[in-house]
Design a binder for this molecule. Structure first.
Ligand code: UDP
Length: 225
């Protein structure tokens, strides 16, 4: 797949349907793959944490947000993580879900068409994570959706990479909240105007802290030329 540089990361330029066509090949390899739905907050987390930077360099990076499109040297096609998640949850791929509040996960599980062979809500300690990883090793899901927010989901993906030799792990942020209907995505016209980030900040004021990351990211891109 073609990649486009964003800062020092190689972001894949593809469409959702092309990306899904690569899944069988990835699953045929004796390797655990990681896919990151990239946004400025993840890049800024990688600036502070070399283990996240290493994860990004070893992963397929998909542009989730408008900030990544803006920073790219060439035109990139946006693939929102929530749309990728929604599509995978309608597929015939075996899925394992990690993340969100217990009530959100329970609600989501009643709505999924894909075979879900395991799940755990997103509030667990290190011992429980060890048990979750053992469960995944036994069940061998094709897709592991990790919806814990940044940087927790990246750290779980790093742990999964150390333990698994099959499947695709994907960090999907707050997707479970939206797909379960617990939170609303922005109206279509807001998404079309590339203002989803503004809508989310205004409808959920605690998210405004992510605008700080956005400003740092903009500064970083400008400095890099
Ligand atoms: N979350 C979780 N465990 C935690 C912290 C967060 O499962 O320890 C979940 C939270 O319930 C929410 C998601 O992670 O479903 C984070 O969503 P957010 O909107 O912050 O992520 P973004 O889409 O911005 O990456």
């Amino acid at each position: 797949m073609i990649t486009v540089p964003v800062l020092n990361y190689a972001v894949t330029n593809t469409t959702l349907s092309e990306l899904l066509r690569t899944v069988p090949n990835s699953l045929a390899e004796p390797k655990f793959h990681t896919l990151i739905t990239l946004n400025p907050q993840i890049i800024m987390a990688a600036e502070k944490d070399p283990s996240i930077a290493k994860l990004l360099h070893a992963s397929i990076l998909i542009p989730d947000s408008i900030g990544i499109l803006w920073a790219a040297k060439e035109k990139l096609t946006q693939i929102p993580g929530v749309e990728l998640t929604e599509t995978l949850l309608k597929s015939s791929l075996n899925c394992y879900l990690i993340g969100s509040q217990p009530t959100v996960l329970t609600k989501l599980l009643t709505q999924i068409q894909a075979p879900v062979i395991g799940s755990h809500h997103g509030y667990f300690n290190d011992d429980e994570l060890t048990k979750i990883i053992q469960d995944i090793q036994t069940k061998k899901p094709d897709i592991i959706l990790v919806a814990l927010g940044v940087p927790k989901q990246e750290h779980v993906l790093i742990q999964l990479s150390k333990s698994l030799t099959y499947g695709i792990g994907i960090g999907v942020g707050g997707s479970f909240d939206i797909i379960s209907g617990t939170k609303k995505r922005a109206p279509a016209w807001v998404i079309t105007c590339n203002l989803e980030w503004l809508y989310r900040g205004l409808s959920e004021p605690k998210r405004i802290k992510t605008w700080g990351y956005l400003l740092q990211f903009i500064g970083r891109v400008i400095k890099n030329g």
